[in-house]
Write a protein that binds this ligand. Structure first.
Ligand SMILES: [Zn+2]
Length: 175
C-alpha cells in the first residue's frame, strides 16, 4: 500500500468506525488488537493504527500474484468484534485466514469463484472479503456471531467460512 492509499484508508477508517456494529464505540485501546494468522505467520495488530493496517493488508495480500490491496476497514472491525465476543467466553482469540484479496487473474483461475467476488479489489484497491479457516465448531461459532451483524455476506463451505462486507445480508452453504 502506498502512502496515498494509506491516508485514504485512514480517512475511511475514521468515517466508517462503528457503523452497524453494536457497542463498537465501547472498544478500549486494548480491544483494538486483532490476532490474525495466515499459514505460519501470526500477528497481533492494532486495526486502528497505520502500522496495524499495513500488516493486515500484507497478511491478506494475493500471495499468488504478490499483490496488495486495502482491506475494508469494516471487515477488520467485524473480525475484531467476533474475536472479542469469543474472548468474552474464554475462547481462542486468534482468527485464522486462508484468503483475502484476489486479483482478477487469481480469481479467474479458481474453479467456482464468483465473477463479481468481494475478494476482488474495487477501483480504489479496496476488497471486502476474507475466508476464515478452523475446526467446524469454531467456524460455526464465528457464523453465529457474524449473523448478528447486519450487512454481511456469509458463506459456509466445508473447511472455510467466507465473510464479506457487501452492505446487505446474504447467506449460503456450499458443501
Ligand atoms: Zn471467500
Amino acid at each position: 500500500m502506498n502512502r496515498r492509499n494509506m491516508v485514504k484508508y485512514s480517512l475511511a477508517m475514521g468515517i466508517s468506525s462503528g457503523i452497524g456494529l453494536p457497542r463498537v464505540k465501547a472498544f478500549a485501546a486494548s480491544d483494538s488488537f486483532l490476532d490474525l494468522q495466515r499459514g505460519d505467520q501470526r500477528f497481533r495488530l492494532n486495526i486502528f493504527s497505520e502500522q496495524g493496517l499495513s500488516i493486515a493488508a500484507w497478511l491478506l495480500r494475493d500471495k499468488r500474484e504478490g499483490a496488495w490491496g486495502i482491506p475494508d476497514p469494516r471487515l477488520l472491525q467485524v473480525l475484531l468484534w467476533a474475536q472479542r465476543e469469543l474472548g468474552l467466553i474464554g475462547e481462542s482469540r486468534t482468527m485464522v485466514v486462508s484468503s483475502g484479496l484476489r486479483t482478477h487473474k487469481t480469481n479467474s483461475g479458481i474453479e467456482g469463484a464468483a465473477q463479481r467476488s468481494y475478494h476482488l479489489p474495487d477501483q480504489n484497491g479496496l476488497f471486502r472479503a476474507v475466508d476464515l479457516v478452523g475446526a467446524p465448531n469454531r467456524l460455526k461459532q464465528y457464523a453465529e456471531i457474524f449473523e448478528t451483524i447486519p450487512g454481511l455476506g456469509l458463506g459456509s463451505y466445508s473447511g472455510h467460512l467466507h465473510i464479506d462486507t457487501r452492505g446487505y445480508d446474504a447467506r449460503w452453504t456450499m458443501r
